[in-house]
Design a protein around this ligand. Structure first.
Ligand code: ADP
Ligand code: MG
Length: 352
């Protein structure tokens, strides 16, 4: 497979549209994520990619061959893809080792060696002789991953493949999976609702909002240059307010914000991620003219969430800042805020 292209794909369940006019391409060896909140159509796209559903409009083209269209879908078993779906169906009557060896075509001895290597990558080698019913959900999920990648298919389809794993294990397994995908040159289409996971794994992220593409780009592009407040806020908690542009400037409690790309009177949504707000205990030139009061602090481990207000009580403008490391600000202290212009995202308000 050189590439797999989704062209203007639309699909409905009965009369309920699930995905609308979605187009994107996966190149050989590339990891592409479908990212979005629950119900936005991610799993539907994966089922369409697998051939388990047919689109009502559009086509899926592998190299030069149409493999899905409204009146045709190539059988899933003939597509040469590895599947890991939310209900990771392992073969219950086969051991873990037999499950992982299932799609392999070589000599038995070679197959076992190959399977054992991949099982070691996913920390399931000690479970080789167990049956699926003897495993936890997270262990079954790792067996399903090993089974999907072991035959080195051109493409694997992964639906929330780490959902059953706790945080620490999840980080380890996704790291190992990425190595295996690169090593065997396997392309992946992965569904996730976790922005950090999508950024870690992907060459390209397709952000979905209510069944439609909100933005497609590299992790850097979607994180640094979001095209809507939906995309901007999906990659982390953010401060938001709206304001009208006057002579190319938005006047805010954080100071004037350059908005010269908008016409006078345009209502604009301002989005500043928590991590892009810097807190100073003394006033610098680039700081807010208004002093802020520390209302609360919450230690989150590697960083601290600070709640701020421009009034001494809760009546003022409320902001959240995420600062690295331990917090050394005291509740009630007076501070000043600053955000770089490039970290302030401005979007024309959709409701005018
Ligand atoms: P996601 O994976 O992003 O959570 P899905 O693709 O599962 O979203 O679902 C998209 C939309 O289609 C949702 O509104 C969901 O309720 C609906 N849907 C999903 N599967 C079915 C189905 N089998 N029958 C009817 N509606 C469905
Ligand atoms: Mg889903």
């Amino acid at each position: 497979m050189k590439q797999l292209s989704f062209k203007n794909i639309s699909h409905s369940y009965a009369d309920m549209p699930s995905v609308k006019d979605i187009s994107f391409t996966i190149q050989a060896g590339e990891v592409v994520s479908l990212l979005g909140p629950s119900g936005c159509g991610k799993s539907t796209m994966l089922r369409l990619a697998a051939g388990l559903e047919r689109p009502q409009k559009g086509k899926i083209i592998q190299d030069d061959t149409v493999i899905s269209s409204p009146d045709f879908a190539l059988d899933p078993s003939l597509r040469g893809v590895g599947l890991v779906f939310q209900n990771y169906a392992l073969f219950p009557h086969l051991t873990v080792l037999e499950n992982v060896c299932y799609g392999l075509k070589g000599k038995k001895k070679d197959n076992v060696a190959l399977a054992e290597e991949v099982m070691a990558d996913f920390d399931i080698l000690p479970l080789a002789e167990n049956y699926p019913s003897e495993l936890s959900g997270g262990q079954q999920q790792r067996v399903a991953l090993a089974r999907a990648v072991c035959p080195a298919p051109d493409l694997v389809l992964l639906d929330e493949p780490f959902s059953g794993l706790d945080t620490r294990l999840r980080e380890r397994i996704r790291d190992r999976l990425l190595h295996v995908l690169r090593e065997k040159n396997i392309a992946a289409l992965m569904v996730t609702h976790d922005a950090e996971e999508a950024m870690f794994m992907s060459d390209k992220i397709v952000v979905l909002e209510k069944g439609q593409v909100a933005q497609i780009g590299t992790p850097l592009e979607v994180y640094r240059s979001p095209q809507s407040s939906f995309v901007a806020t999906f990659f982390g908690e953010a401060n938001q307010f709206s304001s009208a542009v006057s002579q190319g400037v938005i006047t805010s409690v954080l100071g004037p914000i350059d908005a010269s790309q908008f016409a006078d009177g345009t209502k604009v949504e301002v989005v500043i991620r928590n991590e892009n707000l810097t807190v100073y205990d003394t006033k610098h030139d680039h700081c807010s003219p208004t002093p802020f009061t520390i209302m609360e602090t919450h230690l989150l481990g590697s960083n601290t969430l600070v709640h701020l207000s421009d009034k001494k009580d809760d009546s003022g403008h409320h902001f959240h800042a995420k600062i690295p490391g331990l917090n050394f600000f005291e509740v009630g202290a007076t501070v000043y805020l600053s955000a770089a212009q490039s970290d302030i995202f401005l979007f024309e308000s959709s409701n005018g």
